[in-house]
Design a protein around this ligand. Structure first.
Ligand SMILES: *Cc1c(COP(=O)(O)O)cnc(C)c1O
Length: 375
């Protein structure tokens, strides 16, 4: 097999026009935050029904600064899922608050909202739900829960750009919504992210948090009254994201079509558990079957057998409370059996807009063969 036949689990689609537009930014003499960032904020705001949108250089920054915006810090608890990228809990630690993990729903693999409600204490300040693989958490139940307990909701929608809940696009409703434009996400700027906010006052406060606390006045003077970080986006990144925004609805449609093909062609005899076959809400950020339980301990061998057939496989994610950082804070194996089981068996198979139909067939055949070798 030669090098170009290797099928990675994901790959960004960047068109020639976008590449030319990035070139224009580089030639313009203004490469940091500027007109492209302003245009991208306006375009995203329009997409999300006029809500304010503020760009940052990662979703991690969006989440951390959202927590700071809400005044969350030492003594506060924030409820979240252990089945996510570790950024989701790292940001809670970053502001000095306490992450409270609860188990996930075995079907959706997203935070179990009953368990979340049971974990609410007088110290609970917020909940950070994650739309794993782009499958949205139930927004109706989420908002009702938050309202009952007076919690802020900071949606980690890093994976769910273009997804929707009951016909309403993620980002267009709710409290604070963070998206990622990391290279592997459905809409990329290389690295980047944004926060969708509820009102102008919070958007203005967020602008100060993202750039050194600086307030600028019409007469050219400035003042700093409170701490701010350094998380602004560059116009180079914004030019990439603007190009992606032209294509995102086509990307999402293509991802859904490829996911449908996976369901049609998958070898049901091979013993995998497939993800929920949701084609209304999910943006199909990832396609993640679970390995048969008996083979879970040999996931590395499965990945190696796929690689030998020219196919890249990812793992998103091991349950994060089992990482040393969180074990050191008292979390233990056995506390979240569903998340631990999914985290041990999950594999991310190739799914990205530029994939050919024949690639899906090839992955299905290879996966059945690779798991067969483990028996
Ligand atoms: C990618 C991701 C993040 C972090 O996004 P960055 O832009 O890399 O900071 C956070 N949460 C989830 C669920 C992610 O997938």
């Amino acid at each position: 097999m030669n090098e170009q036949d290797f099928l990675p689990f994901t790959r960004p689609s960047i068109d020639e026009l976008t590449i030319a537009e990035v070139g224009e930014v580089l030639r313009s003499g203004w490469i940091t935050t500027g007109p492209r960032c302003a245009a991208l904020e306006a375009a995203l705001s329009e997409r999300f029904g006029g809500r304010p949108v503020r760009l940052v250089n990662s979703a991690t920054a969006a989440l951390e600064l959202a927590l700071r915006l809400c005044g969350i810090g030492p003594g506060d608890e924030v409820i979240t899922t252990p089945l996510s990228w570790v950024a989701t809990a790292n940001v809670i630690l970053a502001v000095g608050a306490t992450p409270i993990f609860v188990d996930v729903d075995p079907l959706t693999r997203n935070i179990d909202l009953d368990a979340a409600e049971a974990a609410v204490t007088p110290r609970t300040a917020a909940i950070i739900p994650v739309d794993l693989a782009g499958l949205p958490v139930d927004r109706d139940r989420l908002q009702a829960l938050a309202a009952r307990h007076g919690l802020r909701v900071i949606e980690d929608a890093a994976q769910s750009f273009g997804a929707s809940w009951r016909g309403r696009e993620i980002g267009s409703t709710g409290d604070l919504v963070a998206f990622s434009f990391h290279a592997n996400k459905n809409l990329t700027s290389g690295e980047g992210g944004c926060l969708v906010l509820r009102n102008q006052a919070e958007a203005t406060a967020f602008e100060r948090l993202r750039l050194q606390g600086v307030e600028r006045f019409p007469d050219g003077t400035l003042e700093v009254k409170a701490w701010g970080g350094k998380a602004n986006m560059t116009d180079i990144a914004a030019a990439i994201a603007l190009g992606q925004l032209r294509s995102i609805d086509g990307f999402t449609a293509r991802r859904r079509a490829l996911a449908r093909q996976y369901f049609e062609r998958w070898n049901r005899g091979a013993g995998f558990e497939l993800p929920p076959d949701d084609f209304d809400n999910s943006n199909w950020h990832m396609f993640q079957p679970l390995l048969p339980r008996a083979t879970a301990a040999r996931r590395g061998e499965f990945i190696g057998a796929m690689r030998a057939q020219g196919i890249g496989v990812g793992v998103h994610y091991p349950a994060m409370h089992l990482f040393g950082l969180f074990r050191g804070l008292g979390w233990q194996a056995g506390q979240f059996p569903v998340a631990e089981d999914i985290g041990a068996r999950t594999v991310t198979l190739p799914l990205f807009p530029a994939m050919a139909d024949a690639d899906v067939a090839r992955v299905c055949t290879a996966a059945a063969r690779a798991v067969g070798c483990l028996r």
